[in-house]
Each structure stands twice: as structure tokens, then as C-alpha cells.
Design a protein around this ligand. Structure first.
Ligand code: T4K
Length: 407
């Protein structure tokens, strides 16, 4: 059970036990998707003390250097440049790659992928997804290529990867740059090779909500020496020496405290992955056979961080909709999330074109992400799964009751 959490008052056997109909909430404290995993506090405190003693807080200090080395070793990528967060990392590498005009991206992603382009007045051209993997559908890319297209940003989602081989083929055939937003895919592999090694470059996120965090943080990884050099300049204002500026740049530097957090958490990374893997397995077992509820499969032949537990709720079968189930869980203090609803192309800054992306819209109306990570226990998962089972097996009655209350 989560720290300090009392047991539910009694198991919820009938729908009137649900908090939304007047019962007690299953959890006294909120369960989040994205509670930070935190490694050895003593080691972190020692590092923070060393930083304070050294009075070197940022600007490529020794902990940032060590963090970069560790990521290079772990992924086998030649260059890692630690950045203050993945959004700025995307912006920097987009610029360093010389992308301009139009860039093809999936709409089903965190809005930062699109913002990183639009912020620099490039046009994100939204592509539909493969409904099996939720990642960009390579078969739909070529029809979106115009004379203004300069690149593709594919997103390695949910601790899994895109069809990278097909994307590499398309990029090579059309002379496009290929960048991977691998914010979710640190520690994962594709065809036995670690994510980080593909395309022109890849970007990781180490935000607090990621399975491995540096509070805020990100990294650009690449095997291209020239690109690495350009990125390193740009993340530090373009400085080549004290008063020499080689190019336009920005401030993308990671702080020493962030790197200390990242390094400390790296030491527990295997434990975090094992906890996530066990949680995912338990969710799979406890939700098995529930009609209309599908747990997105993980490819057991590859390495995964199992960072997200993603359900698809087929409302035509469950009768109760994804949004109704989410609302019920929120009343029980289970803050399940409908990432990435409603899809970037339907978000205000991007919705002017009235574009329709059938699979993106279908998937974003069905996805529900559940709590996992080191703050969640097997007991919590059993309680959550028990409630989902109760809701779905009483879908029709429950949905009618909710709709009657709304009208
Ligand atoms: N590309 C992709 C595909 C991404 O998913 C992301 C980020 C990016 C790029 C950009 O990476 P960064 O620039 O962030 O490095 C969250 C995260 O803010 C975001 O990093 C993440 N993806 C996205 C999927 O999720 P929200 O709006 O859901 O965050 P928030 O604040 O609601 O946090 C989620 C839950 O975690 C909350 O219920 C509370 C809990 N939480 C959060 C924080 C920050 C904690 O318990 N402790 C904390 O310190 O976006």
C-alpha cells in the first residue's frame, strides 16, 4: 500500500460502494500517473553537499559530465549532451539539424513535440498513427511530403519504439532528416540496439514524471560528430570561449543538482524497471478477460522501461465510456490520465486546418494511463483492477445511472 494509506473501508462489490454514488473513496491519498521514482537519498544528499562545497552549480560541471558519460555507456551512443529539459532539447536539435519549412510529426504525442517546431515558426504536419503501437504510421508519411518538407520527428512512445527501419528507409529515399522524440524510451531497445542510436539524433526526457528523472532534464544523443558539436555550442549561447560566439544559441544547460539527481536515480534504474515490469504484469493478469478493456502489449523481445501502463477502453463493448471510467477512478483518488487527448491536431494552436486523423482520434478517445512506479504497491493495483472490473461488468447500469444524474 502507498505510504500511510489506510485500507479501503471494505471491498467495493456493488456500484453503490463507488465514491461517485456516495461510498468512501478507495484511497485516502491521490495515486498519480507519474509520481517520481527516487533513488538513494543519502547518495543524493552527498552529491548535493559536494556541489555546495565546490560552488560549481551549472555550466557543464563534473556531475553533468558524469551523467553524460553514463548515458553514453548505457546506450552505446557516441555523444550525449545533457539539456535542461526535453522540450528545449528538441528545439535545439531541430535548429542544429537545419530543419525548416514543414516537418512531419505524429499528432498523438505530448504537445511539446509540436510546440518545439511551432516555437521556431516551422510547420508541424500531423500524421496519423498505427493503432497497434500508437506510433507514427510509416504508410501515411509519403503522401504528406511536399517540396517544403525537411524532416520527420517520430515519437518512441510508452517505453516502446516506432517502426524505425521503415522510417529510416523513407527518410533516406526523400532526403529528409530523421529525429526521434524518445522522451518515453530511455533504457529501451529496437531490434536489440539501444534507443538513442537511430536517425540523425534522439531526445530523452528526464522530467520528474519519467521513470528516470533528474527533476527537470533531457538529453540529445547522436552518433554524428558535427551535429554533437553544433548542439553543444547552441545549448550554451554559441560560446566557443569566454567572449567568442560562433552561432546563435540559447541556454539549454542542465544544472549540477539535476545531474546529481539523474546520476543517483541511474544507480537504481534496474530496480525501477523491475518494479514497473512487475506492476505491468499484475495489471495484465488482473484485467485479463475483461471485455472491452485492452492493455497495450509490450514487446518482450526488446528492452523496455515499462514506464506507462496504457489501457484502451472500447466504449461500444463496455458501455461505460473511457471518460466515465476515468471520472469514477478520479473520485476514488486514482488519477488515471487520458494521454494524449485530444491529439495535437485538435488542440487550439493547431486545430485551424480542421484536419481529421481517424486512428489518432479513435485512440485518443480510448486511452487511459494507470498509475505505476515505485509509489504504487501490488495492493493498490489489485484495488484499482477490482474497481475497473466492477465498473466494466456493470457498465450499462452504471452508465445509465451517471447519465440520469447528469440530465
Ligand atoms: N515528448 C514527449 C513524448 C513527452 O511525453 C514529453 C513530456 C516531452 C516531449 C517533453 O519533455 P519535458 O520537456 O517535460 O522534459 C507530464 C510531464 O510534464 C511531461 O514531462 C510529460 N511528457 C507528459 C507526458 O506528462 P502533465 O501535464 O501530465 O504533468 P503533471 O504535472 O500533471 O504531472 C503528472 C502527475 O505526476 C501529476 O498528477 C502529479 C505527479 N507529479 C508531478 C510532478 C511534476 C508528482 O507527483 N511530482 C512531481 O514532481 O505532463
Amino acid at each position: 500500500m502507498s505510504q500511510g494509506q489506510p485500507k479501503p473501508h471494505r471491498p467495493k462489490n456493488v456500484i453503490s460502494d463507488l465514491q461517485i454514488f456516495g461510498g468512501h473513496p478507495a484511497f485516502a491519498e491521490q495515486l498519480h500517473v507519474g509520481r517520481p521514482n527516487i533513488g538513494n537519498r543519502q547518495r543524493f544528499a552527498e552529491r548535493v553537499n559536494a556541489i555546495l562545497d565546490s560552488k560549481w552549480l551549472t555550466n557543464n560541471g563534473p556531475y553533468v559530465d558524469e551523467f553524460e558519460q553514463r548515458i553514453q555507456e548505457l546506450t552505446g551512443v557516441k555523444h550525449c549532451i545533457a539539456i535542461c529539459n526535453a522540450t528545449i532539447a528538441l528545439e535545439i536539435v531541430i535548429r542544429a539539424l537545419g530543419l525548416e519549412g514543414e516537418v512531419i510529426v505524429p499528432s498523438f504525442t505530448f504537445v511539446a513535440t509540436a510546440h518545439a517546431l511551432q516555437w521556431q515558426e516551422l510547420t508541424p504536419v500531423f500524421c496519423d498513427i498505427d493503432p497497434q503501437t500508437h506510433t507514427i504510421d510509416p504508410n501515411k508519411i509519403e503522401s504528406l511530403i511536399t517540396p517544403r518538407t525537411t524532416g520527420i520527428i517520430a515519437v518512441n512512445l510508452w517505453g516502446s519504439s516506432c517502426n524505425i527501419a521503415r522510417l529510416e528507409e523513407i527518410a533516406a529515399k526523400h532526403g529528409l532528416k530523421l529525429l526521434f522524440d524518445s522522451a518515453h524510451a530511455f533504457g529501451c531497445s529496437y531490434q536489440g540496439r539501444m534507443i538513442g542510436n537511430f536517425g540523425n539524433a534522439e531526445v530523452f526526457s528526464f522530467h520528474a514524471t519519467k521513470f528516470l528523472n533528474s527533476s527537470e532534464g533531457g538529453a540529445i544523443v547522436t552518433n554524428d560528430d558535427d551535429l554533437a558539436r553544433a548542439v553543444r555550442l547552441m545549448q550554451n549561447f554559441g560560446f566557443t570561449s569566454y567572449d567568442q560566439i560562433a552561432c546563435v544559441g540559447t541556454n539549454g544547460k542542465m544544472t549540477e543538482i539535476s545531474a546529481a539527481m539523474g546520476l543517483t536515480n541511474l544507480e537504481s534504474m534496474a530496480d525501477f524497471i523491475e518494479v514497473n515490469r512487475r506492476h505491468r504484469k499484475q495489471y495484465a493478469e488482473e484485467l485479463a478477460g475483461l471485455s472491452g478493456v485492452t492493455l497495450l502489449p509490450a514487446n518482450e523481445e526488446e528492452k523496455s522501461n515499462y514506464q506507462y501502463v496504457v489501457l484502451e477502453i472500447d466504449g461500444a463493448t463496455t458501455v461505460v465510456t473511457r471518460d466515465e471510467l476515468m471520472q469514477i477512478l478520479h473520485h476514488e483518488n486514482v488519477l488515471a490520465r487520458r494521454y494524449f487527448y485530444p491529439g495535437c491536431h485538435r488542440m487550439k494552436p493547431y486545430s485551424l486546418s480542421q484536419l481529421t486523423l481517424v486512428e489518432t482520434e479513435r485512440v485518443s478517445d480510448r486511452v487511459l494511463s494507470l498509475p505505476t512506479g515505485t509509489s504504487i504497491t501490488p495492493y493498490d493495483i489489485s484495488t484499482i483492477c477490482g474497481m475497473i472490473r466492477l465498473v466494466v461488468t456493470n457498465g450499462r447500469e452504471l452508465s445509465e445511472k451517471l447519465r440520469a444524474e447528469r440530465s
